[in-house]
Design a protein around this ligand. Structure first.
Ligand code: ZN
Ligand code: ZN
Ligand code: ZN
Length: 376
């Protein structure tokens, strides 16, 4: 629900989106359930075959089209405080209704419409039929620049999310022990993610020993052995919709493999160098290079097999992508992960991940739990 986001903030977002649509030459946006809809109205709507859609004309009032049976949920979200709500019945053509609302606001057929980036293809095609003369583009063309730069209230929300997931990492010694399975540890972590303030758990990666060499391994029934490095990558969504995502790599008791200790030091230096490279005016690619150069110089370049990071906000993974070739210039308010990793196939792996936000003259880390190797 729209918990934590005030009507005033939503009004500002709607105003900026309307302005941006006008500037981009997009006559109307059609925004179906997902992060864009939540961003603009506070409504966390269910994606259903029945149409829920914000009609946001570049000129005129936005209207939220909802099926009759979702009307109460839409009202409860607070969306009704910032947009009109129009209800459709089971036998109505909801696409014709939405198209008609855009036409009425604009005083004629829209020439160009923006459909939500994640709209179902069958809904995109229904809109094409309802507005056969309109050129369809992605709404992201208008909304992406807005969501890319977090406003101070959003940075606060990400800061709270970071603190909540840090508290879970601080408690890792309660659960992560030799003799337990990854799945058992993960179940305890899931409970703690909610106890520490998240509304939902998005993922719980507990990757021990050789499983740690697979960056997106989740969990298994593998029993954690003494001395195993264990990659723990966890995240959830807070009640206000903003996400956390933080990775630490632990050693579960016992003695530490000397080669692991060696490359963990390289990885930590890379993560620190990459964070230190973040400031307004530099490219996303340069932040990736800052991590990659340290790992390559340390002799482990071929084992760093993914990009350095991803943006985060109302979605766990969103722009900007911190990757080679991305010439996006960082600006104050952009928030993303810095998560280099080193993965030795068949042996073990390590990743260190913090969420950071670009400030006026540098960077703020939103995850601050210890990064030095911890033997639990
Ligand atoms: Zn991922
Ligand atoms: Zn992660
Ligand atoms: Zn991540």
């Amino acid at each position: 629900m729209g918990q934590g986001v005030s009507s005033e903030v939503l009004q500002q977002r709607l105003g900026r989106a309307t302005q941006a649509a006008e500037t981009a030459g997009v006559d109307a946006l059609f925004v179906t359930p997902g992060a864009d809809l939540r961003y603009l109205t506070g409504y966390e709507a269910l994606p259903l075959e029945r149409l829920t859609c914000l009609v946001l004309p570049a000129r005129g009032e936005p209207v939220l089209v909802v099926p009759r049976l979702e009307h109460a949920a839409a009202e409860a979200s607070g969306a009704g405080d910032v947009v009109k709500i129009a209800t459709h019945e089971e036998t109505d053509d909801a696409f014709a209704l939405a198209a008609g609302l855009a036409r009425d606001a604009l005083g004629g057929d829209p020439a160009t419409v923006g459909v939500a980036d994640r709209m179902w293809a069958e809904h995109v095609l229904r809109f094409r039929s309802a507005l056969p003369h309109a050129h369809q583009v992605t709404a992201g063309r208008v909304l992406r620049p807005l969501r890319l730069v977090k406003q101070p209230d959003e940075v606060d929300a990400l800061r709270r999310a970071g603190a909540a997931i840090d508290r879970v990492h601080e408690r890792m010694g309660e659960w992560l022990r030799p003799g337990r399975t990854e799945a058992q540890v993960a179940r305890d972590i899931v409970d703690a993610i909610v106890e520490e303030g998240h509304a939902t758990v998005n993922f719980t990666i507990v990757a021990s020993g050789p499983n740690g060499a697979s960056p997106h391994h989740h969990t298994s029934d593998r029993v954690i052995e003494a001395g195993d490095p264990v990659v723990v990558d966890i995240g959830g969504t807070m009640p206000d919709g903003y996400c956390s995502d933080c990775t630490r790599t632990y050693v579960a008791g016992g003695t530490v493999d000397p080669e692991f200790a060696r490359y963990y030091d390289v990885l930590l230096a890379a993560q620190i160098a990459s964070c230190a490279a973040v400031r307004p005016g530099v490219t996303a690619a340069s932040v990736d290079a800052a991590a990659r150069d340290v790992i390559t110089d340390g002799g482990y370049g071929e084992y760093f097999v993914h990009r350095t990071g991803h943006g985060i906000g109302l979605e766990e993974h969103e722009e900007p992508w911190i990757v080679a070739g991305n010439s996006t210039v960082l600006a104050e308010g952009m928030a993303f992960s810095i998560e280099p990793g080193i993965y030795l196939p068949g042996r073990h792996g390590a990743r260190i991940e913090d969420i950071v936000v670009v400030t006026g003259d540098g960077v703020e880390r939103l995850d601050t739990c210890p990064r030095e190797l911890r033997v639990l």
